[in-house]
Design a protein around this ligand. Structure first.
Ligand code: NAP
Length: 262
């Protein structure tokens, strides 16, 4: 299926690993030119090379932390007029007990998962409106709709981001500028591999045993963590011409973990 976005330019903020990289790769395979960012340079350069070799697409890496105004300025200098904006980050740290979350933890979470995306949208949506085409996908978390104490630094700020984007999406949709949120559950990404490999080392088990234990404990109906490339394909679809009438949705893709009727 031709997604109808060849020749467009995408800014993928947080694209050197995991779901961001998989989304960048899926867009590149559609003939989209990419500007891809992350904080760590070495992994970013490796990801840019990997995506280029996979698709032949033009990929410009930019080292930038989009939680900061300086990082966002660097990103926008490299890509002032994206047609497509995909924003994500690493899963914020998990929290066992709400008593131990300090104000600085909230500030870090809000800067990365809420203010960063809001400011990138605020800086780019007018241009999309003027050009009559735009697609924005925020890659948030299923915890936005499925609150859990261990996800307090991830879920509440993404729920706020969903609220913001739904409100803004109604204003720009008539100009063919479409904003949606994808809310993932568990996927085999860089951070998850690091976390579950550490647990395996501590428990004398394997990564596979640790993830299987998690699936059992949380009763994930699909019976497995997701494949980032499958997620990336969904993201590309939400960036495609076919997303024209899909306005302000927050789609949970979590193997059935969250009970969402609508
Ligand atoms: N994977 C899962 O199982 C899972 C579960 C629930 C929710 N999610 C959500 O899915 C999203 C993606 O998670 P993931 O597992 O794909 O993460 P990941 O594997 O850690 O990849 C995150 C990417 O974003 C970059 N990044 C992180 N913070 C950044 C910042 N402030 N500025 C610029 N780049 C930044 C990282 O590179 P640098 O570190 O070099 O900056 C990396 O390229 C997150 O919103 C997460 O909460 C994931």
């Amino acid at each position: 299926m031709d997604l109808g976005i060849a020749g467009r330019t995408a800014l993928v903020a947080g694209g050197s690993a995991g779901l961001g990289k998989a989304s960048a790769k899926a867009l590149a395979r559609e003939g989209v030119d990419l500007v891809v960012s992350a904080r760590g340079e070495a992994r970013l350069l490796a990801a840019a090379r990997e995506i280029r070799e996979d698709s032949g697409a033009r990929v410009t890496p930019v080292v930038a932390d989009h939680a900061t105004s300086g990082g966002r300025a660097a990103l926008l200098a490299a890509c002032p007029a994206p047609d497509i904006l995909v924003i994500t980050c690493s899963p914020p740290k998990t929290t066992e007990d709400y008593h131990h979350i300090e104000v600085d933890d909230w500030r870090e979470s809000l800067d990365t998962t809420l203010i960063g995306p809001i400011e990138l949208m605020r800086a780019t949506l007018d241009g999309m409106v003027a050009r009559g085409f735009g697609r924005v996908v925020n890659i948030g978390t299923g915890a936005a709709k499925n609150p859990a104490e261990i996800r307090l630094l991830s879920g509440p700020s993404r729920a706020a981001l969903c609220n913001y984007t739904v409100a803004i999406s109604k204003r720009v949709a008539r100009h063919n500028v479409i904003i949606n949120n994808l809310l993932p559950g568990m996927y085999h990404t860089a951070t998850i591999e690091e976390r579950f490999n550490a647990a395996a080392a501590a428990n004398g088990t394997t990564y596979e045993e640790e993830t299987a234990r998690f699936v059992d404990r949380w009763r994930i109906p699909s019976g497995a963590f997701g494949d980032p490339d499958d997620f990336g394909a969904f993201c590309a679809l939400f960036c495609s011409r076919f997303a024209r009438n899909t306005v302000g949705q927050s789609l949970v893709i979590d193997g059935g973990l969250t009970n969402v009727l609508f």
